[in-house]
Design a protein around this ligand. Structure first.
Ligand SMILES: Nc1ncnc2c1ncn2[C@@H]1O[C@H](COP(=O)(O)OP(=O)(O)OP(=O)(O)O)[C@@H](O)[C@H]1O
Ligand SMILES: Cc1ncc(COP(=O)(O)O)c(N)n1
Length: 267
């Protein structure tokens, strides 16, 4: 049977832990066929991002149009978008082709602090993509950059969700992976009417490279299969928890979260 399809519009991670590599393996692990519009090639390992080259904007949009017109897209997500020009071109293309539910992960920098966007591009994501998004999934650094709100507890997490919804997405997920002083990892999902707290154990590990991408692509896979946003986010949270629990060291720096558990027990 032909599986549902999910499109990632994102960059490549030569270390294989984040970016399209994380998205494609998460799509596979969640039973959907992955489609790709590559935006940038990063030179990256466990220690950080040494540099990147962006793909010309017309080549990014041609990839989207090629797969959408022929194969159909049941849901789509964005990761690293690199430049304001790519963002504006993607936004225009989304008005011309059907991609189903649309998840925007406003990736601004790697977890090692290296920029993944040229200057002024985050503002373009806010202006051009948030109003078109079914769901946006910022982490706490991105929340601060976008709204000025520093999330330190449940009240400020809710204030951040309210401020982010002003930018026009239908739903927002304020991820709490980087919140300090909490025993659990608490993410907050809201559409302005419902406020849904997703709480799970915080695993002791340094190896969380690709965690944000993996969560957003697991959510996108569920949306492609027809789940509601709350159900897709709940399933994504369960998926990422298991991936963080089984994360492994690789290289001298930060290792990746692991989807290998889906293969069952191995030697
Ligand atoms: N140590 C942990 N244990 C369990 N879950 C975690 C842990 N760290 C992050 N998570 C979960 O992983 C998901 C990604 O959250 P996070 O806030 O880390 O996003 P991010 O900063 O975009 O990710 P990245 O690590 O890729 O930069 C969230 O659902 C969060 O609750
Ligand atoms: C190509 C690409 N896309 C996204 C990330 C963010 O992932 P992380 O925050 O885990 O470094 C990354 N490092 N590289």
């Amino acid at each position: 049977m032909t599986p549902k399809t999910a499109l990632t519009i994102a960059g490549s991670d030569s270390g294989g832990g984040a970016g399209i590599q994380a998205d494609l393996r998460t799509f596979f692990a969640n039973g959907v066929h992955g489609l790709v519009a590559l935006t940038a090639v990063t030179v990256q390992n466990s220690l950080g991002v040494q540099g990147f080259t962006e793909i010309p904007a017309d080549v990014v949009t041609a990839q989207i149009k090629a797969v959408a017109s022929d194969m159909g897209v049941n849901a789509a997500k964005t990761g690293m978008l690199a430049t304001a020009e790519i963002i504006r071109s993607v936004a225009k293309t989304l008005d011309e082709v059907e991609v189903g539910p649309f998840v925007v992960d406003p990736v601004a920098a790697s977890m090692t602090g290296d920029p993944l966007l040229r200057e002024d591009a985050l503002e373009a994501i806010r202006m051009e993509l948030f109003p078109r998004a079914t769901l946006i999934t910022p982490n706490l650094d991105e929340v601060r950059l976008l709204t000025g709100v520093s999330v330190v507890d449940a009240a400020s997490q809710r204030a951040a969700a309210e401020a982010l919804l002003e930018f026009g997405s239908r739903w927002v997920l304020v991820k709490g992976g980087h919140m300090t002083g909490t025993a659990d990892c608490v993410d907050l999902l809201s559409d302005g009417r419902e406020y849904i707290t997703l709480s799970g154990p915080r695993y002791e590990t340094e190896n969380t490279h690709g965690g944000g991408d993996t969560l957003a692509s697991a959510i996108t896979a569920s949306l492609a299969k027809g789940a509601s946003v709350p159900d897709a986010v709940a399933a994504g949270k369960k998926f990422i928890e298991r991936c963080v629990a089984e994360a492994y060291p690789l290289g001298a720096g930060v290792g990746p979260v692991s989807p290998f558990w889906v293969l069952g027990p191995r030697e």
